[in-house]
Design a protein around this ligand. Structure first.
Ligand code: ZN
Length: 72
C-alpha cells in the first residue's frame, strides 16, 4: 500500500539562471538547460503573456510560465 501524503522535502525548485520554477524531481532547467537549481527562492510570479508583460521585460523573461522573483 502506498501512502499518499505531501512530503515537506519535495519543494519546488527555481533555476538560478532564468528563475524558472521547476518541479522537485527536475534536475535540468528546460528553458536554459541550466543545472543550478535551488529550493531557496522567494516570490511567485506567473507570466501568462511575456510579450506584453512589463514584469517579464524587467526580468528578461522570454517564455510564459512560473517564475521565482528572487533566487538565492
Ligand atoms: Zn533556467
Amino acid at each position: 500500500m502506498v501512502a499518499k501524503r505531501a512530503s515537506q522535502k519535495k519543494l519546488p525548485q527555481a533555476c538560478r539562471k532564468c528563475h524558472k520554477v521547476l518541479d522537485a524531481d527536475k534536475t535540468v532547467c528546460p528553458e536554459c538547460q541550466g543545472t543550478a537549481l535551488t529550493t531557496e527562492w522567494f516570490g511567485y510570479l506567473v507570466i501568462l503573456d511575456c510579450k506584453h508583460s512589463d514584469v517579464a521585460k524587467k526580468m528578461n523573461i522570454e517564455y510564459n510560465g512560473r517564475y521565482a522573483l528572487k533566487v538565492r
